[in-house]
Design a binder for this molecule. Sequence first.
Ligand code: TXA
Ligand code: MG
Length: 313
Amino acid sequence: MRQTSPQILSPDSTGIVQAARFLRDGALVAFPTETVYGLGADACSGPAVAAIFDAKGRPSFNPLIVHLAQSDWARRYADWSELAERVADRFWPGPLSLVLPLKSGHNLSPLVTAGLPSVALRVPGHPTAQRLLDEFGSPVAAPSANPSGRISPTRADHVAMGLGNQVAAIVDDGPCSVGLESTIIGLDGPPRLLRPGGISHEELEHTLGQKILPAQTGAITAPGQMQSHYAPRARVRLNARSSKPGEVLLGFGPGKADLNLSATGDLREAAANLFEYLHKVDATGQPIAVASIPDVGLGRAINDRLRRAAAPR
Ligand code: TXA
Ligand code: MG
């Protein structure tokens, strides 16, 4: 965890180059979008994405929106469709996020999607966000740059007050024009409004040429809240000290394990490995025993997910 104050960068080329360099180093950079300031990290780096959850202090992993410089990039990460093309054509760049099936061979960290087989993509319209994404040249995961449960930041000093020493830098480009998070629609099934925002239901239906199912409360807007949503098929046993015959032991810290979330007991490293390892073990069809994880900081989010995985279903 960082303890120094963040660098405040101007939205000029020197600032953008520096911000992109921080992202390449795996550091967190807050940057303006037309909706709210985002807390950005390299979407392909597990440890960098884990740092987002750590900084926000969120007790669970929810999937994050992946920001792209251009619509063309979307095809690398999602199974693109005619419907996606239609809304992207009309609303990108802009305050709209699309949830689409994750494309095989994508190199995003599985932590970005919280292990889901879908991904939320957005091409922001803010020129500074675009220049940063362009300079970085790769997707950036970015939730709103506020501590969990607090108000979303629409100015750089909101970020500094809320997350200050948790970010390497803040690109300051004044207030955000929309001030409200992007509209999210799910196109990984029948079109569904997952989060209302600046772009209305009606506008979207008009462009899609079909009805959009309304937002549902609770579960769908935060899929992580569903009890066994990302559950592996195999049985999961928590707080294991050793494996029973046939089980694969997922370890934490020093000690024997078939796969170790973090041999050094580093919670960020464990978070970065969590979904990848669960998927890997699940593919073997063997039951999973997981060592106990300290219930502090990121450990709370890891335990939340493990409890869901182990929940009876
Ligand atoms: O305006 C915005 O969208 C801001 C700025 C920074 O771009 N970003 C933002 O990101 O609000 P974030 O990560 O806080 O939004 C995450 C939400 C999740 O809580 C969930 O509702 C939805 O996006 N989401 C992301 N991936 C999803 C998925 N695969 N399936 C369903 N919902 C998903
Ligand atoms: Mg938020």
